[in-house]
Structures are given as structure tokens and as C-alpha cells.
Design a protein around this ligand. Structure first.
Ligand code: ADP
Ligand code: ADP
Ligand code: MG
Length: 640
């Protein structure tokens, strides 16, 4: 086993790797960017080395700086985590040239799977079923349109260098093909520097089922499947293992195909073979096809760990340090069922825009495994993926595990940023999902219901009124001041409080009066225990009580907030300015493109709110901005 390893990553995955390394007695070295000097992964590691500025290209993507840090600290091996340099064969070569071990597959194996077209051709040869389609070299639009016609609509256009759902377009009919092709190629060129695409048959009622594999460079085993069909815009939201409705025949067929795929490229370490499955008629062994192989540890690996009892990071370290595969296929079995939900700082009602903020309050449920890279008081910065944590549960049956997931999400408390918690909790209670009737279109079909903001329950509103009045700790000292008058309280709706005694108030809200009493186990409302907790900051009161209920308390003195700002185009989310299309003095029409803002996995085009002349351009391409930052100012409209 290694004595010391370096982790070339950040956030939850760096913390996750450190955990296993520590358990194995392996010392750890963290690397960090300027934005991460106080980050959790730095605090957890035995040593830490600064490698540059906050932008990934200045730090976490700097292979040379990372290798130098490993050599300087005496680390023997480098764990790449996921994202960043994890699937970069040039980095693997450089690590090995420096006399270090890369904890992962060979550069050649990564290269073989790096481009989707070449990978499909290779898998086809190895006898692995691939999605019917065109993955040839001819990129002539006429030719591709002809290929689409032959495959039969609907088809999917995919960037051969794609990842993270980018450069992908679903085309339903021939008339839409040309425009979709141009936009997929454009996005692929910007995101991957490679405009090449392939065309695939779009599978009906698609389910994403992937198989975890593990190889020693010659032989491979599989650790069963994960179902990742709950997706939003081709990105995973909730994953589970095993797949609902899986049959022994189908599992055997998929497992063998995945092992064939891994062995065909001499795979070493942890990898995932992703398949698309036609779920229109149950799960059938002749209805799954290879999509791609991810040559790294995957975000959702914990559900596999939960059902197999294997620590995949431990296996990675053992095999990379020269040990044999820790288990044979027959040693591996499935126990129970597991779910993972990805908790993000994002503004769901605004269209899932990534958000930032300081996590003033952060508590995870005690009944789950929470893999996280942040602690209370840490900040979700605009520089990286806004993931807060992965909430993972394990139960004896799927129904039990799903109930645990709903409960764990309800018990998760985050204040200081908006999150997708309510959306995840709604998914965990979705009837079709509970029935195991999943496909990749589920979220889009039911998006309105899943994102509908239910009015907070009356008890939560009553308690928020108490907090808005500053009486949440019981009003002991303030009792004389308040009693026995009825006083209106500035709240999101009409509300008033009458203090009846210390820790005893009557709250008028929602057209009725509610008796609230503070007992040793917290606030009771109308005779019922609530278990509520409060958080107050910056004009926001959050009541945690079966989920988080946020209330923006109006400040009667704050008029500036309502000022007209139509001259200014503001950033709706934190991100990087990809392009600016206007210069001071330009005349623009209403709806004209002003700039493109990109946050991880998402591009947002900023449009002119009205016609006018550009007075000022306050950003430049490449710059990083916070949500709410002014980007472009138009000249004031002249009075007509
Ligand atoms: P996975 O395929 O493991 O589920 P995703 O599809 O969510 O991962 O992510 C797409 C790409 O973004 C992958 O290359 C993944 O490694 C990367 N990625 C995802 N989350 C993060 C993160 N928190 N930090 C860095 N990279 C990430
Ligand atoms: P990425 O590299 O961006 O992860 P994938 O090829 O893995 O791209 O596909 C991402 C997602 O797109 C899949 O999980 C699935 O939801 C959907 N998808 C991909 N190929 C097909 C297909 N042929 N038919 C239907 N859906 C597909
Ligand atoms: Mg994929």
C-alpha cells in the first residue's frame, strides 16, 4: 500500500478519498486554489499545497503544478477524483513520466473511450451492443441528414467529445435536423474544441442503466447496476441501485457486456459502462445498448458501495498499489437498496440557475450518509460546481430506502443559499418513481408539479411570524414590553402577535389565531409538537419543519430595492462571461443578444430588455461575475 497520496481535486470527492485513505493508514496531500484555502478538503488532509488562482485552468487543471506538489511532498500516487484531470490521458502520461502512480486506468484505456464514436466502434467489435446510428468520419451536413433519415426519427445528435449532457440535441423530424445540427456543432466546438458529432437512434422510454466495473488491467468484475434515469436535461438528479424491475437475465447480460467492454481495453481500476435501455416493455436482455464508458470513479458510486459493502476508493488504492482484485465475481452480492440525491445550491423556480452563498446553517440528517465538501459557514463560490452534498440512504427494500430518502431530505437544513431540496423531496414522493416506473423523461413531464411551491403550512407561518417579531427564543425578557398588547408584525402577509406570557403567544395569520407555546422540546402550535428550528439572516427567516420554509421579511425602510433598473442588464446567476456582443455606443433592438454567461453545465444568453444605445459595458469576456452584478448599461431613455 502507498504511504502517501495526493488528491488532485476539491470538494466532496476530495474529502471522500481522504476518508478511505485515512482508514487505510495512507497519508494525504490536498491541493487547493486561492478560492479554497479554507475549504474542508484542505482541513481534512495531512498536508496541503497551493496550486494557483481560483479559475480551474489556473489550479485544478494545472497538471504540472499538481505533479510538482506530489514530488515536493513525497506523495507516491495521485488520485484524480472526477471531473478536472480525471479523464485526461496526457496527465496520466505526465504523472507516470514523473515516476508517480496514477490511481486509475492507463492513458491508452482513457484514450480508447475518450471519443464516443471511436468507443462505439471498438465496443461493436468486442461484441457489446451499441445504439444503432452513424458514428463515421463524414461530417458533411447532407450526409449526416441522410444518415438520420436512414436511422429513422427521432434521432439524437451527440458531440463525439461530449460529456455532462453538452452538445446533444434531440431531433423529432427531418425539417428540424439542419438547425439542430448547427447548434450541436457550435456548442461542441465551444465546450470541447471539437465540432464532430454522431447520430443515434433516440431510444423510446429511455432508461439510463449503468454498470460499475473494476479491473486489474487484464480481468474485470462488475459490481452490478445503477439506475440513473431521473435526469434533468441529461444530467443525473437521483440515482439508485439496484435498478427497479431488474431481472436476473438482464443483469447477467448487462454485467457480462460491461466486463467485456472493460477487458477489451485492459481496464484497470474503477469505471462505469453506461447503457441506454428501452423500457417501453419492461427490462429485456435484447433491449440495452452501450452509450459510453466513464473511465473514473463516478459521482454516484456510493449507491453501489451501499448495496455491495465494498469501499470503491479502498479498492482503487489497493489495485493501484499492485494488489490483486480484492474480490471475484462470485464473492459479490447485493444487499438491500440504495438511493443518492444530489443537493445543489440552485434556484429552482428561476429555472434551476446555479446559486452561491455562505452556508450560515447546515445540518444533515443523522439517518443518511452525507458526502460533502462544505461545513457550516463555508461558501458556495461561483468558481465551481454548486453541489452542497450527496444524500445517500440504504434500506432493506426499495420502498424502505425511498421513505428514508424522503425523511433524510426533510431533515436536511440549509440556510444562506437557495437549494433544490424541495424539488428533491417532491421527487422522492413522486408516485411513478415510487412505483419504479422511471425513464429519463419523468422529470420533464412532471416538472410543474415537482417544482410547484406549496404554500408553507400554517404552523410554519405562525412560527415565522414569531421569528420575524424576534420572539423565537421565548420572549422571556421582552414579555413585559409586549404584553398584553396586540401588535402587527411586518411579514409576508398580514400578521399580528398577542403575547400571553413568557414563551406563550397567540399569532394571528392566515385568517385565524394560533396558540404557540415554547416547551423544552421546542415550539408547539395549536397543541401539536413541531420540532421546528429557526434561522434568521439578511431579512430572511427560515423555519425548518418537515423541509425548509423561507420567508423574505419586508423591511419597511428599504425602498431602494424597488427602484427601476431597466437600464441595467444584471447577471441572473454567478458565472463566467463567455462572450460580449456589444460595445459602448452601439444601438440595440429589444431582445438583441448582449452577452453570454456560463456557469458549470449551463449557458445563459443575456438579451436587451428594451431598444436603446449602449452606454457602458461593465464586463469583458473571460471575467467572473456574481449573481446580480451589472453587466451592461443602456443610456437613459429620453423623455418623448
Ligand atoms: P457522473 O457521470 O459521474 O454522474 P455527471 O454526469 O454529473 O457525473 O458530471 C458530468 C461531468 O462533470 C463529469 O466529467 C464529472 O466528472 C463532472 N463533475 C460533476 N460534478 C462535479 C463536481 N462537483 N466537481 C467537478 N466536476 C464535476
Ligand atoms: P454524456 O457524455 O453527456 O453523459 P451520454 O451519451 O452518456 O452523454 O448521454 C447522456 C444522457 O442522454 C443519457 O443518460 C440519456 O438520458 C440520454 N441519451 C443518450 N443517448 C440516448 C439515446 N440514444 N436515446 C435516448 N436517450 C439517450
Ligand atoms: Mg454519460
Amino acid at each position: 500500500m502507498f504511504r502517501k497520496i495526493l488528491i488532485a481535486n476539491r470538494g466532496e470527492i476530495a474529502c471522500r478519498v481522504i476518508d478511505s485513505a485515512r482508514r487505510l493508514g495512507v497519508a494525504t496531500v490536498a491541493v487547493y486554489s486561492e478560492a479554497d484555502a479554507g475549504a474542508r478538503h484542505v482541513a481534512l488532509a495531512d498536508e496541503a499545497v497551493a496550486i494557483g488562482g481560483p479559475a480551474p485552468k489556473d489550479s485544478y487543471l494545472r497538471g504540472d503544478a499538481i505533479i510538482a506538489a506530489a514530488l515536493a511532498t513525497g506523495a507516491e500516487a495521485i488520485h484524480p477524483g472526477y471531473g478536472f484531470l480525471s479523464e485526461n490521458p496526457g496527465f496520466v502520461d505526465a504523472v507516470e513520466a514523473a515516476g508517480l502512480v496514477f490511481i486509475g486506468p492507463s492513458a491508452d484505456a482513457i484514450r480508447a473511450m475518450g471519443l464516443k464514436d471511436a468507443a462505439k466502434a471498438l465496443m461493436d467489435k468486442a461484441g457489446v451492443p451499441v445504439v444503432p446510428g452513424y458514428h463515421g468520419a463524414n461530417q458533411d451536413p447532407e450526409h449526416l441528414a441522410g444518415a438520420a433519415e436512414q436511422i429513422g426519427y427521432p434521432v439524437l445528435i451527440k458531440a463525439v467529445a461530449g460529456g455532462g449532457g453538452k452538445g446533444m440535441r434531440l431531433v423529432e423530424r427531418a425539417g428540424d435536423f439542419t438547425a439542430a445540427l448547427a447548434s450541436a456543432q457550435g456548442e461542441a466546438q465551444t465546450a470541447f474544441g471539437n465540432p464532430a458529432v454522431l447520430i443515434e437512434k433516440y431510444v423510446e422510454k429511455p432508461r439510463h442503466i449503468e454498470v460499475q466495473v473494476f479491473g486489474d488491467g487484464t480481468h474485470a468484475v462488475h459490481l452490478f447496476e445503477r439506475d440513473c434515469s431521473l435526469q434533468r436535461r441529461h444530467q443525473k438528479v437521483i440515482e439508485e441501485a439496484p435498478a427497479p424491475g431488474m431481472t436476473p437475465e438482464m443483469r447477467e447480460a448487462m454485467g457480462m457486456a460491461a466486463v467485456r467492454a472493460a477487458e477489451a481495453i485492459g481496464y484497470k481500476g474503477a469505471g462505469t459502462v453506461e447503457f441506454i435501455v428501452d423500457g417501453s416493455d419492461g427490462l429485456r436482455p435484447d433491449r440495452f445498448w452501450f452509450m459510453e464508458m466513464n473511465t473514473r470513479l463516478q459521482v454516484e458510486h456510493p449507491v453501489t458501495e451501499a448495496i455491495t459493502g465494498v469501499d470503491l476508493v479502498e479498492w482503487q488504492l489497493r489495485v493501484a498499489s499492485g494488489e490483486a482484485l480484492p474480490a471475484q465475481q462470485d464473492d459479490l452480492t447485493i444487499r438491500g437498496h440504495s438511493f443518492e440525491a444530489r443537493l445543489y445550491a440552485e434556484d429552482v423556480p428561476a429555472g434551476f440557475l446555479p446559486a452561491t452563498g455562505r452556508l450560515e446553517h447546515l445540518v444533515f440528517s443523522e439517518s443518511c450518509r452525507a458526502d460533502t465538501g462544505v461545513r457550516p459557514g463555508d461558501t458556495i463560490s461561483p468558481w465551481y460546481d454548486p453541489m452542497i452534498a450527496k444524500v445517500i440512504v440504504h434500506g432493506p427494500t426499495r420502498a424502505a430506502a425511498l421513505a428514508q430518502l424522503a425523511r433524510a431530505l426533510d431533515d436536511t437544513q440549509v440556510a444562506g443559499t437557495v437549494t433544490n431540496l424541495a424539488f428533491l423531496a417532491a421527487l422522492a414522493r413522486h408516485k411513478g418513481f415510487a412505483a419504479g416506473d422511471v425513464d429519463t423523461g419523468l422529470i420533464a413531464r412532471d416538472l410543474d408539479a415537482l417544482t410547484a411551491q406549496a404554500a408553507p403550512p400554517l404552523a410554519a407561518r405562525a412560527l415565522a411570524v414569531i421569528a420575524a417579531a424576534g420572539l423565537e427564543d421565548g420572549a422571556g425578557a421582552g414579555f413585559a414590553l409586549w404584553a398584553p398588547l396586540r401588535r402587527p408584525v411586518a411579514f409576508t402577509e398580514e400578521a399580528a402577535i398577542r403575547v400571553l406570557g413568557p414563551g406563550h403567544v397567540s399569532v394571528e395569520v392566515g385568517g385565524g389565531a394560533h396558540e404557540c407555546i415554547l416547551r423544552p422540546d421546542g415550539w408547539w402550535v395549536d397543541g401539536a409538537k413541531t420540532g421546528a428550528r429557526f434561522h434568521k439572516a439578511g431579512g430572511v427567516v427560515t423555519v425548518f419543519m418537515c423541509g425548509a420554509h423561507r420567508f423574505d421579511i419586508p423591511d419597511p425602510l428599504d425602498r431602494a430595492a424597488h427602484q427601476e433598473a431597466s437600464d441595467l442588464t444584471l447577471a441572473p446567476m454567478p458565472g463566467q462571461v463567455k462572450a460580449v456582443f456589444v460595445r459602448p455606443g452601439d444601438m440595440v433592438e429589444a431582445g438583441a443578444r448582449l452577452a453570454i454567461l456560463e456557469a458549470m453545465k449551463m449557458e445563459h444568453t443575456m438579451l436587451a430588455a428594451r431598444a436603446g444605445r449602449v452606454a457602458e459595458v461593465l464586463v469583458e469576456a473571460g471575467g467572473q461575475v456574481e449573481a446580480g452584478a451589472a453587466l451592461i448599461r443602456l443610456e437613459e431613455e429620453e423623455a418623448a
